[in-house]
Design a protein around this ligand. Structure first.
Ligand code: UDP
Length: 246
């Protein structure tokens, strides 16, 4: 069952269910299915950017990355089962892929980062094959050649880590050309897998304060984050705003 949160339609799954759904796509025959992990920033951007909204709606799997989405869902009266951070989803999918000898391609981040992430991931998930990597700084004209390179690598899954909305645009436009069964938009995850950026400690994650940790580490983000409470305001308006007139 899908739940609409301010124009973005989410799958209502626990983390384990989401991982299983991702693995089912990865094993499947379809080419170019993609998963997106929207946080409140995505939802706000999608209200203004129709291409982004359409790219999100084309996803086979849409799971909530941030605690803000969970709060907004509660305010709307249509709660979601829980947050499913993209990076935890990715970890679960890789653990499953390792057992089934599925092949992973890493696309994104600054030159050198994906290689390092690949080495770390193969160490962490014995049996996982990272069958290719490419940095995320290429021209749109190079996309067809890049997709062909991924197809040649026989990747089952591609992690596309170009930041939003670029990664969703790329998956929608070129996902099928790669021949992969599942592509996942994962923002800055390769930096975390490479160890160049660290993730909030588990205690902060449990409290839903991952955003605060990130803000402390990367204070320049305040300009992007300051508008995020807006999502709760829009949720309140959507739920209660109309009633006054009725
Ligand atoms: N990035 C990229 N190509 C670009 C722009 C960004 O590969 O043209 C990478 C960037 O190096 C970083 C990731 O995309 O690794 C975006 O990270 P950010 O933290 O902005 O994304 P978020 O996790 O907030 O979605």
């Amino acid at each position: 069952m899908k739940i609409d949160i301010l124009g973005v339609s989410f799958d209502n799954l626990t983390l384990e269910e989401a991982i299983e759904a991702g693995l089912a796509l990865a094993r499947g025959k379809q080419e170019g299915a993609y998963a997106v992990t929207p946080n409140p920033e995505f939802i706000l951007d999608a209200r203004k950017n129709e291409t982004f909204r359409l790219d999100l709606s084309g996803a086979a799997l849409t799971i909530p990355d941030g605690i803000g989405v969970i709060y907004a869902a509660k305010v709307l009266g249509t709660p979601l089962k829980g947050k499913t951070p993209g990076i935890d989803f990715a970890a679960g999918v890789m653990a499953g892929m390792a057992k089934e000898s599925l092949r992973l391609y890493l696309l994104g981040a600054k030159p050198g980062v994906a290689e390092l992430a690949g080495k770390n991931l193969m160490g962490r998930y014995p049996g996982l094959t990272v069958c290719g990597v490419h940095d995320g700084y290429f021209m749109e004209e190079e996309s067809a050649a890049l997709a062909a390179e991924i197809r040649e690598s026989q990747a089952d899954v591609v992690f596309v880590c170009l930041g939003a909305p670029k990664q969703e645009r790329w998956m929608a436009a070129h996902g099928a050309e790669t021949g992969a069964h599942l592509l996942v938009g994962l923002g800055g995850s390769l930096d975390v897998f490479a160890g160049t950026v660290d993730r909030a400690p588990a205690g902060w994650q449990k409290l839903g304060l991952e955003w605060l940790y990130r803000l402390c580490k990367e204070p320049w983000r305040w300009k992007r984050m300051i508008r995020l409470p807006l999502i709760l305001w829009y949720a309140l308006l959507a739920r209660f705003g109309g009633k006054k007139r009725g």
